[in-house]
Ligand binder design. Sequence first.
Ligand code: BES
Ligand code: MN
Ligand code: ZN
Length: 495
Amino acid sequence: MEIVARSTNPLTLKTDCLVVAVTADKKFSPTTASIDKACDGLISRRLEGKDISGECGSTLMLHEPAGISAKRLLLVGTGSKTLSTQEFLKIARSVAKLTKSDAIASVATTLAEVEASDQDVRWTAQQLAQQFGEASYAFNGGKPPVASKLKLKKVTLLCSDRKTQSAAQAGLNYGEAVAIGVNQARLLGDLAANTCTPSYLAKYSRALARKQSKLSCQVLSEKQMADLGMGSLLSVTAGTEEPAHLIALDYKGGKKGARPIVLVGKGVTFDSGGISLKPGGKMDEMKYDMCGAASVLGVMEALATADLPINVIGVVPAVENMPSGKATKPGDVVTSMSGQTIEVLNTDAEGRLILCDALTYVARYKPDTVIDIATLTGACIVALGSHASGLYSNDDDLAKDLLDAGQSSGDRAWQMPLWDEYNQQLKTNFADMGNIGGAGGGSITAACFLSRFTKDYRWAHLDIAGTAWLSAGPKGATGRPVPLLMEYLRNRASA
Ligand code: BES
Ligand code: MN
Ligand code: ZN
């Protein structure tokens, strides 16, 4: 699919579907007004006839409109006020869905001129490209992806002048790159756990690095992790037949020697709970317990695609959590790479056990900032549902940057506390800490656990348990928080 910005006349443009914004109060933009006029008042009449309300999100497909060259005219209501970010995204998403049809090979739209709160045309174009890109995602039952069956081959973003056109094109390019990252994260998430094993993630990462000249890949074996003293991470993999790997992908797009931003993604390719076995219902969804890793791998590909001038290292501890005669037992005490000892009170709180060693490991990169991304706790779903990721940070400026990036990408996060009172809940008689914090505040105590391993650098943690995949309607990975991270990184690269 090709997506381009052009400053051509919408009245004479040959396209299968022209998408225009209409408002409830009929105060049209000059472009919409000119199309309405060319069509002899068709748009006004449909609004008067209540075929479309014009409210934000309302749509109406008109076929063979007389007076213009387009085969179809898709009217999209934008209400009458300036749109919020979320509202614009809702519109972009529904346009991308409605034009996904066997009959439509080309789409043109004037939606670049729609105003969303404080956002410019670059942003608008980016979101449109991203939504068209995401709508093209198709999971091929785990078989190798076939060439896209999508009929849609060309999307044209109509701009009023050359200056808008070049800003829009920059946004389109970035949006396409973000969509590649989102779709890749979704694909890895949706893959079955017997395909997407730790070894699969390692192989995938090596192949990605081979494809992109600015990416290099290093994979540590269990033996190497043992030599580094990663007793906590290795305790999680003790029960499985699948070998664990620690993957590092290094993207060098920025200045030589500039400190990197490090992303650490939880890569539990299947979380059975281990000896603290999970109940059977919905256990299949624990194939998604590597969505943090998938988001990191998606971001690495998107960065290379967008050629962003920044240094980023993506680190993925990849393991499977299974019960067996060799598995770690509740009450076992393990020593982390940091030297701190941990009493494994519940083998199902395994994400923090692999992340703590990965977080200690990444100090060697002398990071500017470290962000970990993890489907860490069911408690985060209780707290925030599926609309916001839980955000924790030891640095208020970083927290604000991430909240802002979430807001402007529509991939929102909400900050939660790391207070000492919660940290105290990790106390135990038998080690430096337990791996669970008892009743209440489960997402917070998990974050407090991680904070004990991130004292030497600026750090944030995203608990994406509620946002990484949807359980129904239809079930599938969302690719979040790739959009948030790509927005944050774009801001950092241009700062
Ligand atoms: N991967 C799960 C968290 C999870 C559960 C994410 C359901 C999304 C949906 C994590 O490893 C886990 O099992 N956490 C436990 C922690 C508890 C034992 C303290 C949980 O949330 O129940
Ligand atoms: Mn678990
Ligand atoms: Zn887990």
